[in-house]
Design a protein around this ligand. Sequence first.
Ligand code: AHR
Length: 332
Amino acid sequence: MRTRRTARNVIAVFAAALLAGSVAACGNSDTGGSGGEGGDKKIVMGFSQVGAESGWRTANTTSIKEAAAEAGIELKFDDAQQKQENQIKAIRNFIQQKVDVIAFSPVVESGWDTVLKEAKDAKIPVILTDRAVDSADKSLYKTFLGSDFVKEGRLSGEWLVENTKDATGPVNIVELQGTTGSAPANDRKKGFAEAIAANPNLKIVASQSGDFTRAGGKQVMEQFLKANPKIDVLFAHNDDMGLGALEAITAAGKVPGKDITIITIDAVKDGMQALADGKFNFIAECSPLLGPQLMDLAKKVTAGEEVQPRIETEETTFTQEQAKEALPNRKY
Ligand code: AHR
């Protein structure tokens, strides 16, 4: 009798343990949908990156990959090699694979409506990061996370106005633009032009794209130097083009930072080093560390939460003295 009761008790305890186990397992798979730790269903993000054109881009890619791993988000990463058609192809692939969310940094501003509509029809939320699109239909994407490029151009122009206020005679400026048609090239050009507009002695004598690369910056600066006997200022839309231009300026027998004042945008480590060394004169920061915010947004939009349509990155500016101070702690 006692033996039968003991056996019944053991079975009851075992059954209770099994039940508790299966309840816990159900709980885990529920949290999996939001990418929670220990869940079996991770959020899958398709990410189309512009390319690997600059130090900024490399730091941005690292930030996104690290943040995805940290957040438990499965990342399908595609490098578009600075070509819009590659990005469109990648986005279509992500749609076919039924990813949970698509994020991308558009190479250029226009020409996205058709593919964004395809994503919307497939009910896959899209997040723009770093660069914007010029689509009139704002319902084609959930939010745009990135810098204010017009402001970066304006801050660069304002620094120049302030630092040339005692100049007598004309100040000749050459401009190295970023990738033609890209938001940062369009906006930085606009902001800079607006900031110097009230000063007719500040004149942009040449402006051309160096495609955001060092090689491009060097090559175009060589042309500028050949065609323009008097260049006082270089405004480069990013550090890498400025760094390429340094080689051309030195090869032409001029001293960068002295004979030619150099203003750039980004503040990546190599740019900050050039600024601290007195070869650049001013940098407006553009932060590439967008990964953690992007992953937070991905979790929210896949959970159906509302997010702000525009999220602006916090940034600053650097003079030569400020670069010397900041450089030892610069991570990228
Ligand atoms: O879109 C951001 C810009 O793209 C960075 O300023 C530039 O370095 C990069 O190539």
